[in-house]
Design a protein around this ligand. Sequence first.
Ligand code: PMP
Length: 356
Amino acid sequence: MKKHNFYAGPSVLPEYTKQKVAEAALDFAGTGLSVMEVSHRGKEFVAVMDEAIALVKELLNVPEGYSVLFLQGGASLQFLMVPYNLMKAKAAYLNTGAWASKAMKEAQFFGEVVEVASSKDKNFNYIPKSYEVPADVDYLHITTNNTIFGTELKSDPDVPVRLVADMSSDIFSRPIDVAKYDLIYAGAQKNLGPSGATLVIVKDDVLGKTGRQIPTMLDYQIHIKNESMFNTPSTVAVFACLQTLKWLKENGGVAEMEKVNIAKADLLYGELDRNKLFVPTVPAAEDRSRMNVTFVMAPGYEALEKEFLDLATAKGMVGLKGHRSVGGFRASTYNALPLESVQALVDAMKEFEAIH
Ligand code: PMP
């Protein structure tokens, strides 16, 4: 049976990526060796890293003066590396969910953390709009897409201070103006590849300014100098990311992804707004994520939750259960999820409504 993969991450990847990884698992670049068993210093893997970095720059139109890194430790290690490298004394955070809260917790090891606004009062079902950023902070940190709560900031904000963004779950889903950011990071395991690689895009001249001694592995400047090869990179994950980047380029890049992502989101939210059995958890259309569509059973129909999950499962849909802190459902609709999978989900909702 065809599977419809709605997992939040690790999550659906392009067939192209899976095929190329499967081939390279046995014979990588004509070496007669698996991509798992070659040196990262060999010319074949160095070419993979170089091309992956070049494609990130090309696809996101990264300006001069920025470095692109493939690191490890997930986005969670970036919660720590960002303040270690950028925070002198004080940083501002927009608290839009569990991941933002975790980022704030790590920053507290390095100085004063100012929560400029929080949507916790409504279980993070909106993006706060009016807040002031103190002029004396070292940066403002935002989470562009809140994977658990299904909200997304779909434009690049103008702020008077340095801007840092966790884009783990929406990078490459739309064009972004990298010049507005001083640092962007993302765990690979949503729109890019398997877990194990973490993408960082950093403006070179923001680094080395804290006066703090930074342990080697946590120092962005070390990784820049060593072209993401200070230590052994996550070779297979980076190889897989490169395949997705090639697929992205082949399929029209981030502008084309945005069009398809809008079409998928419109289809799904349209049905959620129409169907009497379901309600989206994010009320304001402008805050609704195009990557993680969260919804619950409508009031009075709560008891049907398991029955709908069973129906969807029987139709090959996986990963629809909502995060435990929100409940209900979450359909993750990353770049590689085809429109037909969203259509299948919408059809299942219609069918379920007809039964009840
Ligand atoms: N930030 C966001 C927005 C996420 O969705 C996640 C994980 N799903 C993380 C951070 C943490 O990422 P990791 O597991 O790679 O540390």
